[in-house]
Design a protein. Structure first.
Length: 213
């Protein structure tokens, strides 16, 4: 440290300024980390609820499909499924949470009317309609779950990144800057003592010379 640190009052002022800046950054990063953690747990609870709802809706959908197959036969159900004209569209946008870009996923044409599904009303029955509706409801949850799962991945990555930066400031940068400031103060005090002793020596020598004159 003695080789690369300038032991001047200006360097001490600048070091103290860097310490204040690092401490302010440390405080802001901790606040950001805490907000992200709270948001993570909020979305995780939302994801858990959506998974439970998806399991229930998938069960209903496959139960309805089994009833449709039993009523129409497997081949007829597959033929009706192939007549569906419009597939759902997925629109992905982005929202910002404390500087983290979280995907916002929306589905279009997921829940369809009977006419939009594309199959013939005469060649089908309420069993087909119930099955199609049940799978549409399940797909709605799949899309919502995709958004929350992606948000969780983004948040956990940012939380880890922020945590590393907090730790770097906490255990490396701030202690190093404080150590530098302490070293500069110590050297300045030593220099002042050396200068004081030097001045006293010169004064004594001058007084001795005056006495001998």
């Amino acid at each position: 440290m003695a080789d690369d640190v300038k032991t001047t009052r200006l360097e001490l002022i600048e070091t103290r300024s860097r310490i204040r800046l690092a401490e302010n950054g440390h405080k802001l990063l901790k606040q950001k980390r805490d907000v992200l953690v709270l948001e993570f747990f909020r979305i995780m609870k939302q994801a858990q609820d959506q998974r439970a709802e998806l399991n229930a809706r998938m069960k209903d959908a496959f139960d309805a499909l089994a009833m449709a197959r039993a009523y129409h036969g497997i081949m007829e159900v597959e033929n009706i499924a192939l007549t569906v004209k419009k597939a759902p569209n997925v629109e992905v946008q982005s929202k910002n949470i404390m500087g983290v870009h979280i995907p916002s996923i929306k589905g279009e044409y997921v829940a369809k009317s009977l006419a939009e599904r594309g199959y013939s009303m005469q060649g089908s029955s309420a069993k087909i309609d119930e099955s199609a509706s049940a799978f549409e409801k399940a797909l709605e949850i799949v899309i919502k779950l995709a958004e929350t799962e992606n948000a969780l991945k983004k948040l956990i990555k940012e939380i880890e990144k922020t945590k590393r930066r907090v730790n770097a400031l906490d255990y490396i940068m701030i202690p190093r800057l404080r150590g530098t400031a302490k070293y500069i103060i110590m050297r300045l005090e030593e220099m002042e003592r050396e200068q004081f002793i030097s001045l006293k020596t010169i004064k004594a020598q001058l007084e001795k010379q005056e006495e001998g004159a």
